[in-house]
Design a protein around this ligand. Structure first.
Ligand SMILES: [Zn+2]
Length: 205
């Protein structure tokens, strides 16, 4: 193997380690997520996003106020679709964990009795509380998520569950939490609402 090839191989390995879903289609990503849920933990090297996804899926399948709020097991299907569509991007605003934007399409899953929507874009900010906390004085402020410190396992799960609540329609015909784009106090209130239902299980992770 020439030196150049060795360098390429190492670069490829590093890329694979950073993101287990790089280069896969949305369908392939969904299939990978499903297989993560069925495989015994430890068989696959999990990324930070994989871990957060598995934590959220685990909470949604437990009989508790959290899964009731999300309407039962159909919520995991919507979580799969959300996570498979995430695009990791470094946004300058460190206040934002995950942002969904653009047009949305509504879907109905009759079998699971779940009505949900998907936005054309869902961006996971690599510069926000999912991945970052303020460590040094020169670092930008990164807010907590609900009552959880940024860049923690608990904060990451709450970020995913908050976005999921924007996607699922409740029995009253409204989305589980109201749209909060650009409205920081309402976004905080929405996180608090999801934490009120799911906080106990998140703290038990
Ligand atoms: Zn929100």
């Amino acid at each position: 193997m020439t030196l150049q090839r060795q360098v390429c191989a190492i670069a490829l390995l590093l890329t694979t380690a950073v993101s287990g879903m790089a280069g896969l289609s949305t369908e392939e990503k969904q299939a990978r997520l499903r297989s993560l849920r069925t495989k015994a933990a430890g068989q696959t090297k999990l990324t930070t996003l994989d871990r957060a996804y598995l934590d959220a899926a685990e909470i949604l399948t437990q009989q508790a106020p959290c899964s009731d709020f999300f309407g039962g097991e159909g919520a995991v299907l919507v979580l799969d679709k959300l996570v498979a569509r995430l695009r990791e991007e470094r946004a300058p605003n460190s206040n934002i964990g995950l942002r969904m934007s653009g047009a949305f399409t509504v879907f109905a899953d009759d079998e699971k009795q779940t009505t949900y929507r998907l936005f054309s874009d869902a961006e996971l900010n690599t510069n926000g509380p999912f991945y970052r906390a303020k460590v040094f004085p020169a670092d930008p402020f990164v807010p907590p998520v609900g009552s959880f410190r940024p860049n923690t396992r608990a904060a990451r799960v709450l970020i995913l569950l908050h976005e999921l609540a924007h996607l699922i329609r409740g029995r009253n015909g409204n989305w589980l939490i109201p749209d909060d784009g650009g409205n920081v106090p309402l976004s905080r209130q929405n996180s608090e609402q999801v934490e009120a239902r799911c906080g106990k299980q998140i703290r038990n992770l």
